[in-house]
Ligand binder design. Structure first.
Ligand SMILES: [Ca+2]
Length: 498
């Protein structure tokens, strides 16, 4: 009898241990997902020594830095669509549209479906408190309005967020704050403001991103106090156009020897004139190409904005440490795409080239990622959804769409690479990046009508098209293009959106 009783106690203990074990395995981490709009890897931790990214460089020492992370599409909305749904443009058809989450065939349903349509929805249905501050999807606050404020303000990502507490300050609304200038002015306030740059503000909180950081800190304190498992999406606006930051950031760059060199123009149908950049009023003559002084001024303005965004990230990460919750919080730092700062004589995103597709990715997963590892392993933005589910083991697992990416956990732990190419899309271009080359295939009516091949092993800005001379490399990389794009299912063209 005594033996039986002991046995029962032992079994109960085992059962309790196992259920606790399972509970501990699921919903394992909080997630702090920080997006920085239009941030290319112009940071110290990426070997670019302007000395203006102190916070991100410090964070990099504790995280894994991906040197070869590529977005799916080099435009805000389509890149974020891929991030949030985990779908490749080859399956979603979203190769251009900024409005993909809420318009056209790719739009998410506003009905609550048996499966989660997006990453934050999946975490929400797992019991996480999901909060969106700033630009995580395409709109500035997660709600659908036109630039002029018209619209019904429905959620851009249905069922994703418990709360959307983006502060508007004196700009009053989402697109107002997104295109904000100092003094509460905005590109979209009807006042005709369209200066390329504005560095008059005194304090961080006199501009939108400072307010976003403030709100994020307040949210983190709330999570800690209520002991909530959280998924916080925090999307900073700078260095997206217009270039606006406090005076101190502009002045700090005055000490820098900002590069004024002229890059050769690329001979490609995907070269474009950077209309979004050129439409702003600049403090220099808007020639093509820009003069050396104009190039320096524009680059300095971009870098000043990077410096400002960097400082806001630093405040939020410091608070995470101070609250003592960094050890069970995964932090992802992600740029939604890169930017040409004059390389190939382009001042913009919206190309299939290296500068537009290569963006910042840093991941800190406590207990998993190797602190300070800088990896050259290839990664795509669609890998982040499966990476987070792999690491966090959220209790709700059903996704509306098959996840097209791969978990980066083996890369984070330094065990193995997970891909030998990264594929990006831009309109009718499919671009395949290997460790050394980038192939750009123009596809029309399911046929490749033109190829470009660049050897990037010596310079990421190479403009020498080797498609004719290195046919074997072209053939090898063409095989990586999803077969359905060439076999009949094809990709749908995007929707024109601003
Ligand atoms: Ca962007």
């Amino acid at each position: 009898m005594r033996a039986t009783w002991s046995c029962l106690v032992f079994l109960l203990a085992c059962s309790s241990f196992h259920s606790q074990g399972r509970a501990a395995e699921q919903n394992r981490y909080n997630v702090l997902f920080i997006a920085i709009d239009d941030l290319r890897p112009e940071l110290g931790c990426y070997g670019v020594n302007h000395g203006q990214s102190k916070s991100l460089d410090e964070f990099a020492k504790t995280a894994v830095v991906f040197d070869r992370h590529y977005v799916q599409v080099a435009t805000c909305g389509a890149s974020r669509y891929a991030l949030l749904t985990g779908r490749s443009p080859a399956t979603s058809g979203v190769t251009r549209s900024n409005g993909a989450l809420y318009s056209g065939k790719s739009a998410l349903s506003h009905d609550k479906l048996p499966q989660a349509q997006s990453m934050p929805e999946l975490f929400r249905r797992s019991g996480y408190r999901t909060v969106c501050i700033g630009k995580i999807s395409h709109t500035a606050d997660g709600r659908v309005f036109a630039y002029n404020g018209k619209g019904d303000g429905r959620d851009e990502v249905p069922h994703a967020w418990d709360s959307l507490p983006t502060p508007f300050g004196s700009w009053k609304r989402g697109w107002g704050i997104f295109f904000g200038y100092s003094g509460g002015r905005s590109r979209e306030d009807g006042g005709g403001h369209k200066d390329l740059m504005d560095f008059q503000a005194e304090k961080d909180e006199d501009l939108p991103d400072g307010l976003l950081a403030q709100e994020a800190i307040s949210q983190l304190r709330g999570f800690k106090e209520k002991k909530e498992r959280f998924f916080l999406g925090l999307g900073f606006f700078k260095p997206h156009l217009p270039f606006v930051a406090p005076k101190q950031d502009w002045e700090a760059l005055a000490k820098e020897d900002v590069d004024g060199s002229l890059s050769p123009k690329i001979d490609s149908p995907y070269w474009h004139g950077g209309g979004e950049f050129y439409k702003y009023n600049a403090p220099y003559e808007k020639t093509r190409p820009l003069s050396v002084e104009a190039r320096k001024t524009a680059r300095r303005a971009y870098l000043a904005c990077v410096r400002y965004a960097d400082r806001q990230v630093g405040k939020v990460l410091s608070e995470l440490d101070r609250l003592g919750i960094a050890d069970n919080t995964i932090v992802i730092l992600w740029g939604d795409h890169g930017w040409h700062l004059g390389e190939q004589q382009i001042w913009a995103k919206h190309t299939p080239f290296e500068r537009a597709n290569r963006s910042v990715l840093m991941v800190r997963a406590p207990g998993v990622s190797l602190p300070g590892l800088k990896t050259g392993d290839l990664a795509e933005t669609i890998d982040l959804f499966p990476t987070l589910t792999d690491l966090c083991q959220p209790t709700f697992k059903k996704t509306r769409f098959a996840l097209d990416g791969k978990s980066l956990k083996p890369v984070l732990s330094g065990e193995a690479a997970v891909r030998d190419t990264a594929i990006s899309y831009w309109g009718d271009a499919v671009s395949v990046r290997s460790q050394t080359h980038r192939l750009i295939a123009k596809i029309q009516k399911k046929k490749i009508v033109r190829t470009e091949l660049y050897d990037l092993s010596k310079s990421q800005d190479s403009i020498e098209n080797l498609a004719e001379s290195e046919k074997e490399t072209v053939a090898r990389l063409v095989k990586k293009i999803p077969a359905k794009l060439l076999a009949g299912e094809g990709m749908r063209s995007g929707f024109a959106a601003p």
